[in-house]
Design a protein around this ligand. Structure first.
Ligand SMILES: *Cc1c(COP(=O)(O)O)cnc(C)c1O
Length: 308
């Protein structure tokens, strides 16, 4: 039995910018961000089969991991509430135990029933060790465990449902990359004439290998030029771009993932990376819940804010 909320598809919205007409390119954004206000974009895809699996195994608690502004934590809390499953979030950073109520992502996750355990960065690094997981089992009982970022085999299977028959004419498919689960799902469901470009939102060489764990296909590449210094790192250039893109296309993007993705695609367009006539599909994987938290950080640093 499928939970009622699952089964919708993101609509495709064409981007009208003069640079695209000038270069004779088509750019369409798949609005997976509109699937749901809190379980948005790829996190919604990643949950579908995991929730079904947890229910099938008779487990009533999901335990997972994340940072303070994590879209995955926000989505887990909401989905748990929606489907009657208890959720526990192991959150990176002991200091948050005192001031998590100042964090909009955690505050909302709490209001959706998530219980928190705040752990040190050192402990957090051991999050996949068997000994650490055994301790958690002792503390919280038999839980359904979802890794950081929500990526596992069932998550990739869910992400294979992002593309539909109407996407078959696109030559290039672009997506933001965190753990690579979403990209792997897109690669698996792509057609052989399509090329996929992943834009990592963080630094690191591990991603290609991680993605190969989930796909056997070869029609993809990773572009590491647009992480803006690393995970959750932003600059004034990026914020200005996010505000410009929203104003000129009416499509909001987030500062961690999709803003960097669209910035990267349009920079490649500007530099004639794509042949005239190319049809590009960009997956908007959501993440808009993170804007409020990022704006608090930007305000503290006296940087311009993301307009909402
Ligand atoms: C989590 C997330 C990603 C990264 O997805 P992965 O499957 O971990 O690569 C991309 N975009 C948004 C908005 C996300 O929340």
């Amino acid at each position: 039995m499928e939970p009622k909320a699952f089964g919708v598809q993101g609509i495709n919205q064409e981007v009208n910018l003069s640079i695209l007409r000038e270069k004779r390119l088509t750019l369409v954004v798949k609005r997976e961000d509109l699937l749901h206000p809190y379980i948005s974009g790829n996190k919604y895809r990643k949950f579908k089969y995991n929730i079904l699996e947890a229910k099938q195994r008779g487990l009533d608690t999901i335990l997972t991991f994340g940072g303070a502004y994590s879209n995955h934590i926000a989505a887990t809390a909401y989905a748990g509430n929606l489907y009657g499953i208890r959720t526990i979030g192991l959150i990176r950073g002991e200091e948050l135990a005192q001031n998590w109520k100042l964090n909009p992502t955690l505050l909302r996750a709490h209001s959706h029933g998530m219980e928190f355990k705040f752990i040190s960065r050192e402990a957090y690094r051991r999050k996949t060790d068997t000994s650490f997981l055994e301790l958690l089992k002792k503390e919280f009982g038999n839980c359904y465990l979802i890794p950081e970022g929500g990526t596992n085999l069932l998550a990739v299977k869910g992400c294979e449902e992002i593309l539909t028959a109407q996407d078959r004419d696109f030559n290039i498919l672009c997506s933001s990359v965190g753990t690579g689960g979403t990209l792997a799902g897109i690669i698996n469901s792509s057609l052989n004439h399509q090329s996929i470009i992943g834009f990592p939102a963080l630094k690191g060489d591990f991603l290609r290998k991680d993605i190969r764990n989930f796909t056997a296909k070869e029609n993809w590449e990773i572009n590491t030029d647009y992480h803006f210094g690393g995970y959750a790192k932003v600059s004034e250039t990026l914020i200005d771009f996010i505000n410009y893109f929203k104003e000129s296309t009416n499509i909001p993007t987030d500062p961690i993932y999709t803003g960097k993705l669209l910035y990267g695609i349009l920079d490649l367009v500007k530099n004639d990376y794509f042949k005239p006539g190319t049809k590009i599909l960009a997956i908007h994987s959501g993440g808009l819940q993170g804007i409020a938290g990022m704006n608090l950080v930007l305000k503290r640093k006296n940087l311009p804010l993301i307009k909402v």
